[in-house]
Design a protein around this ligand. Structure first.
Ligand SMILES: Nc1ncnc2c1ncn2[C@@H]1O[C@H](COP(=O)(O)OP(=O)(O)OP(=O)(O)O)[C@@H](O)[C@H]1O
Ligand SMILES: [Mg+2]
Length: 238
């Protein structure tokens, strides 16, 4: 088996000249342009920027859901571009946890089953799978709702299930794309608090897209701002 190229860098995440263009008919859209980013292991980074500035594009590239037109993404000293399709799938399933604005839960499964399903894809089965799923559901404070189906849960509770699913395999990188976009302010604040707790307890590196600068400032070590696909110079957390 060909292993992805190894190179020692001091950063957990490093992007070099990362660029992504889309061609829509005759038009070319520069969604991300020459992004050079270093994120240390265990950092909590918030990504801000107006709609269309390239936030989701960046997250998708970091998570191996999309591939760049130019530049590279290195995570834990591995160049995603040199990974085979299979290696990239393994990378996504073992190294990364994703949380989106929509919860993407399977409607016919209970909360615990939704979380357990993620483990099936990792080859974890039987009692071990049940135990880990229950532990993750407890971790997000939903122990008493474990046998509820998504339509029997509030939006905030559904997002907690999605978070339990994202962390059940203990990913080293948690990518969250507007995780509170569908929630009211109080619930959003609780969900952000939960992500913050997970970050601190598990030492997970977090990259979170948010449109709420105040909320992002509360939990993030760093704020990144994208404008027209470009990273603005960092001013640090106010
Ligand atoms: N699959 C695609 N095909 C064509 N253009 C795309 C595609 N995905 C994104 N874009 C374009 O790339 C740019 C960046 O999109 P992106 O989704 O990264 O923005 P965003 O910052 O996440 O916005 P939002 O806050 O609305 O989610 C936008 O101009 C968008 O229209
Ligand atoms: Mg987006």
């Amino acid at each position: 088996m060909n292993l992805p190229a190894l190179q020692t860098t001091s950063s957990f995440i490093e992007t070099r000249g990362l660029s992504r263009q889309y061609r829509v008919g005759p038009a070319e859209i520069q969604a991300l342009a020459d992004v050079n980013l270093h994120v240390q292991q265990g950092q909590f980074v918030a990504v801000l920027g107006v709609s269309g500035s390239g936030k989701s594009t960046l997250l998708h590239l970091l998570g191996g859901l999309d591939t760049p037109n130019a530049g590279s993404v290195w995570v834990d000293n591995r160049d995603l571009a040199t990974m085979s399709r299979h290696q990239r799938t393994i990378y996504r399933r073992t190294m990364v946890g994703f949380i989106f604005q929509s919860y993407y839960l399977v409607a016919s499964l209970t909360a615990a089953e939704n979380v357990a399903l993620a483990l099936t894809f990792q080859g974890v089965h039987g009692a071990e799978r049940t135990r880990l799923a229950a532990e993750s559901i407890d971790r997000v404070g939903l122990g008493r709702r474990a046998s509820h189906r998504p339509n029997e849960l509030s939006g905030g509770e559904q997002q907690r299930v999605a978070i339990a699913r994202a962390i059940v395999h203990r990913p080293r990188l948690l990518l969250a794309d507007e995780p509170t976009g569908n929630l009211d302010r109080t619930t959003a604040s609780e969900v952000i608090g939960l992500i913050d707790e997970i970050h601190r307890e598990l030492g997970t590196t977090v990259v979170m897209v948010s449109h709420d600068e105040e909320m992002a400032t509360r939990v993030a070590d760093r704020l990144l701002r994208l404008r027209d696909g470009r990273l603005e110079p960092e001013g640090g957390v106010a």
